[in-house]
Design a protein around this ligand. Structure first.
Ligand SMILES: *Cc1c(COP(=O)(O)O)cnc(C)c1O
Length: 398
């Protein structure tokens, strides 16, 4: 089988269990490997490639930007930053944005905002409520906020100041924080991504918003994966009609160009002052252009509606083909963020799917995760189901 890469590189650190293929180019929701084999991309670079590959409107805009400025530093004002901030503020109902380069950086900034928000109120040792199965990144602080021992084992001591609770249980959070004057914020994903595509219930979001208001806590929602239109609204929490105080974004925001952002509402927007936080690369012109163009093109092409309708079609088709198989525990998620939980570990499916011409991922050991580009068509959704169904049946029969 010449299609497969035989050995790992001796020079790249061995930090990933990689599928043995090397991708060379893409178009829309298709990619081709170095041997010319075609794949349907249901992973979208892990919820990153909002507009698919080689988008005919995005690429010329980025080419134009390359000839103007790539980077200048944050010593100077940036009209592109201001334009993207205005777009995010308008769509989120919040007020101010800090730009960085990745999801963990956005979450680091959120944690710093929460701590200083507390310190400014006279709380010397602020604590933040986080969740079981959460994933917030792999820096020392965001890893400490993450609820998965596989992520943080071996890297202690962890950062203190996190209180962990189960998802969707308002009594549990009340109990765990009772009489604790040090709590400053709750921090969670609207739909947990790496933790297995676990949605937060709408009534829980509403109860939590009320609890945060009552207690003076910041509601910090990590929309790094579920945000930017993936569920059919700009931000997944908007299905509950609430507005957070702090919202980290990253993955889909630049449609493949590295970017992160923390959006803040009035309670949190002025916590960081000159000198409190910063970044060299964050907010650079190339990334800002990518963010602005991504939002513009998403609106021109109706991609929120597309994510909602094609996502609903895909979920229904998966339900029809796989939902009643013994061994399929649940098919869940919203829009184009879907998970299929099996009753057994199924990591082998990523390689087998690639062999069958389909890119997917498996998260939390037993959850097949589909987070394709938001340009996915109904026909492509049907193709995902057609390719995936025999693979799931086969692994369940083993
Ligand atoms: C991917 C992810 C992160 C980390 O983002 P990086 O860009 O990999 O640092 C944080 N939070 C959530 C919810 C994520 O899905």
């Amino acid at each position: 089988m010449t299609a497969f890469i035989e050995a790992a590189s001796p020079h790249v650190m061995n930090t990933y269990g990689r599928v043995p293929i090397a991708l060379a180019r893409g178009q829309g929701c298709r990619v081709w490997d170095v041997n010319g084999k075609e794949y349907l991309d249901a992973l979208g670079g892990i919820a990153v490639n909002t507009l698919g590959h080689n988008h005919p409107k995005l690429v010329p805009a980025l080419q134009d930007q390359l000839t103007k400025l790539i980077h200048t530093s944050n010593y100077y004002h940036s009209p592109l930053q201001e334009a993207l901030a205005a777009k995010l503020v308008e769509r989120s109902g919040m007020t101010n944005v800090f730009f960085c380069n990745s999801g963990l950086e956005a979450n680091e900034a959120a944690i710093k905002i929460a701590r200083k928000y507390g310190v400014d109120k006279g709380i010397a040792k602020p604590e933040i409520v986080v969740y079981e199965k959460a994933f917030h990144g792999r820096s020392i602080a965001t890893m400490s906020a993450t609820g998965n021992p596989k992520i943080y084992s071996g890297f202690g001591p962890l950062v203190e100041g996190f209180i962990r609770v189960p998802l969707n249980d308002i009594e549990a959070i009340k109990q765990r924080t009772e009489g604790n004057p040090n709590v400053v914020a709750v921090f969670f994903e609207t739909i947990q991504g790496e933790g297995g595509v676990n949605p937060t219930r709408i009534e829980y979001l509403q109860q939590l918003r009320a609890l945060c208001d009552e207690r003076g806590w910041l509601m910090m929602i990590d929309e790094v994966q579920c945000g930017m239109g993936r569920t059919g609204k700009w931000f997944a929490h908007q299905w509950a009609g609430i507005v957070p105080d702090v919202m980290p974004l990253a993955k889909g925001l630049g449609s493949g160009v590295p970017i992160g952002a923390v959006v803040a509402g009035p309670k949190a927007a002025n916590v960081l002052q000159p000198g409190n936080h910063g970044t060299t690369f964050g907010g650079n012109q190339l990334a800002m252009r990518a963010g602005n163009e991504t939002i513009r093109i998403m609106e021109e092409e109706g991609l929120l509606e597309n994510a909602a309708t094609v996502g609903a079609h895909l979920k229904a088709a998966l339900q029809r083909e796989l939902g009643s198989l013994p061994g399929v525990k649940e098919i869940r998620g919203q829009g184009l963020m879907l998970g299929i939980e099996l009753n057994k570990p199924c990591g082998a499916l990523t390689g087998r799917a690639a062999e069958a011409g389909l890119l997917i991922s498996v998260t939390a050991d037993s959850v097949i995760r589909l987070v394709p580009s938001l340009i996915l068509t109904v026909a492509e959704a049907d193709e995902i189901v057609a390719k995936l169904t025999p693979l799931v049946k086969a692994i369940l029969a083993e």
